[in-house]
Design a protein around this ligand. Structure first.
Ligand code: A3P
Length: 329
């Protein structure tokens, strides 16, 4: 894996006329990490960004103007993004749709809440409010208007042991689709521990949002995959309160929380026709590969004791001192 570490780059500045040229120049100047099978990643502002998304990330940073009512769902990849998209969409739109007519029956969660960095820059002004948007961009690299407007951020992450395993399966699927040789678990583990994964290093990603959630709890809601697994009802209430749409007593008694939880469960989403076939993200991913096991502790079926020790010590050194802990079983 050839790459050189350089100090962080700041976002480019330029006039509209020379914008593309400036972006191309900036990209050409960035350190590269090129694995055996995956597309090239660039170290941009201290995170590893795939070349396919980098121009979109830069355009997002330069042009996006957050509105106060926007809700931005942010995650470290493979941490439960798809699940949270379904839950957030259902909570926010529950006065428009119930489980008999929810768009989730006919669209994948990634189609109802799009990733900004997956598409060339779009003017989002026409979208209905509150606009629900998603990204994997680390906190420090978010557009300033997201940080400083009254829009809200909902972040989800997951214990790194399961995230590592989940991301490996995802990568294996992606490389299979690209007809490239499979990246071994050991190779992926090494890359993960070095932080050279999509939008990594994972510790910086989590900590950026963790610290902000402690400082500004009404701005950033920090969720963990394991908590959602343990108490989906409690976490749904927390989510609804955070976005200013708490469940009423009537709704609670009428079983609305349970209905949303069931509609968004792995089993329901996985079995829907819309999620069983077809591709997403520029046809690089099969929709069905987004829904695998969804268990806490699956790492124990894949990682050796040496691997577990190594990831645990990365967590102890880089994450735990800031008060961020994960359940791993
Ligand atoms: P596993 O690979 O461990 O099964 P992301 O959506 O961020 O890509 O995360 C993918 C992980 O979330 C996968 O974990 C996937 O199975 C799990 N997942 C997807 N939908 C889910 C749901 N509705 N409920 C619980 N887990 C879900």
């Amino acid at each position: 894996m050839a790459h050189q570490q350089l100090p962080s780059q700041s976002a480019i500045v330029g006039t509209e006329e020379n914008e593309q040229e400036a972006i191309d120049e900036l990209i050409a100047s960035l350190p590269i990490s090129e694995g055996l099978v995956r597309p090239v990643h660039h170290l941009y502002q201290n995170f590893w960004c795939p070349i396919t998304m980098l121009p979109n990330v830069i355009a997002f940073q330069r042009h996006f103007k957050a509105k106060d009512k926007d809700i931005v769902l942010i995650s470290h990849p493979k941490s439960g993004t798809t699940w949270l998209k379904a839950l957030l969409f259902s909570v926010v739109n529950r006065s428009r749709f119930d489980i008999s007519n929810t768009p989730l029956l006919t669209s994948n969660p990634h189609e109802v809440i799009p990733f900004i960095e997956h598409k060339p820059w779009l003017d989002l002004d026409g979208l209905a409010e509150p606009r629900l948007l998603a990204t994997h961009i680390p906190y420090l690299s978010l557009p300033e208007s997201i940080k400083w407007s009254n829009c809200q951020i909902i972040y989800i992450c997951r214990n790194p042991l399961d995230t590592m395993v989940s991301s490996w399966y995802f990568l294996v699927e992606a490389t299979r689709l690209m007809d490239k040789p499979v990246w071994s678990l050991e190779e992926h583990f090494e890359t993960f521990c070095q932080g050279e994964i999509l939008f990594g290093p994972f510790w910086e990603h989590m900590l950026g949002y963790w610290k902000e959630s402690l400082e500004r709890p009404s701005k950033v809601l920090f969720l963990k995959y394991e908590d959602l697994k343990e108490d989906i009802g409690g976490q749904l209430k927390k989510l609804a309160e955070f976005v200013g749409l708490p469940f009423t007593e009537e709704e609670e008694e009428g079983g609305v929380i349970e209905e949303i939880a069931k509609m968004c469960s792995l089993k329901t989403l996985k079995d829907l026709e819309v999620n069983r076939s077809g591709k997403l993200f520029g046809r690089t991913i099969e929709k069905r590969s987004l829904f695998r096991k969804g268990e806490v502790g699956d790492w124990a079926n894949h990682l050796t004791p040496v691997m577990v020790d190594r990831l645990n010590s990365i967590m102890q050194e880089k994450i735990n001192p800031f008060g961020l802990q994960f359940k791993t079983r």
